[in-house]
Design a protein. Structure first.
Length: 305
């Protein structure tokens, strides 16, 4: 799957992933009110509004960006109806040709880790059939448990030709409380990056590994270090835009050929219609605003090369 992601990035000249993270206050009120009229003030109505919102955005951006990243917590908050919409969103995005990165941040050991891997990127055996559940193309994984927690995911990646993005250096302000602590003279995030390289050597694509890394845009100097540590690792870069990362901060994350990284923007695109720069689109033009924001992000990022 890493080959497919790289091919789409090159074809579209857009190292961009759109985070489908639909908080209910991002959803235009008219969509929510339509759903409430049909299903009352229920979780089902909230989930239906989110679905219509997602569908509009996906239709607007699927021909200009290579990938999307639905954050599962934004769907779980609506219970089973929300999880149903998560699955519908994954399936719809794949139908539209998008690569889907499930932002699930799973991490555990043994059979629990294997079950997470099977449920999200693998298959479960039911009688004589092997069936996919959520069926994302990539997922995010927490490495805190060490190799016991990562190995089941890597095994499924090799079997299904799917991928991982392992948390190395996250974009939140307090990440340094643990991730920057030094062990034998090296910060923890660098040690994790070295392990990501080792895990990735077991499942290589044409140029890059199926095992990628998450390194926040808010720490460009650390990004420069990690790019050298992980030359064949694709880096998922959160923190652009709303969290303070700028285009010029992104250059260290890329290799000289302009590949090696994919930059995430969530509310900066999906809630663009709420921003002064795109308010001309109005509430009913939320999808068109998202498209324009994605195009502007593409132009901004490509300006650094």
């Amino acid at each position: 799957m890493i080959n497919a992601l790289v091919d789409r990035i090159k074809k579209m000249e857009a190292p961009i992933v759109v985070g489908l993270d639909p908080m209910l206050d991002y959803v235009p009120d008219y969509l929510l009110q339509n759903a409430i009229r049909e299903q009352g003030e229920t979780l089902e109505a909230a989930a239906e509004a989110v679905w219509q919102y997602n569908k509009g955005i996906v239709d607007a951006i699927c021909d200009i960006v290579p990938a999307v990243k639905p954050q599962i917590a934004m769907y779980e908050q609506f219970g089973l109806p929300g999880l149903g919409v998560f699955k519908k969103t994954v399936d719809y995005c794949k139908k539209k040709g998008l690569v889907v990165i499930g932002d699930v941040k799973r991490g555990d050991i043994g059979s629990t880790s294997a079950a997470y891997a099977a449920g999200h990127i693998g298959k479960v055996k039911v009688g004589n059939k092997k069936l996919a559940a959520f069926d994302e193309d990539f997922i995010t994984v927490n490495p805190y448990f060490g190799v016991d927690g990562i190995k089941p995911f890597v095994e499924v990646c090799k079997e299904e030709k799917k991928g991982l993005f392992i948390l190395v250096k996250t974009s939140n302000p307090s990440s340094g409380e643990f991730q920057d602590q030094k062990i034998n003279g090296k910060p923890l995030y660098e040690l994790v990056g070295e392990q990501v390289v080792k895990w990735g050597e077991e499942c290589m694509g044409d140029t890059y590994s199926y095992v990628g890394a998450v390194v926040g845009a808010t720490y460009p100097e650390m990004g420069r270090i990690m790019r050298k540590v992980m030359p064949k690792t694709y880096i998922l870069v959160p923190g652009y835009g709303a969290q303070g990362g700028t285009a010029k901060d992104l250059l260290p994350y890329f290799n000289e050929d302009g590949l090696g990284a994919i930059v995430n923007s969530s509310r900066g695109i999906i809630a663009a219609y709420k921003q002064p720069a795109y308010e001309r689109f109005g509430e009913t033009g939320f999808a068109e605003a998202a498209r324009q924001a994605a195009l502007d992000m593409k132009e901004d990022i490509n300006s650094i090369f």
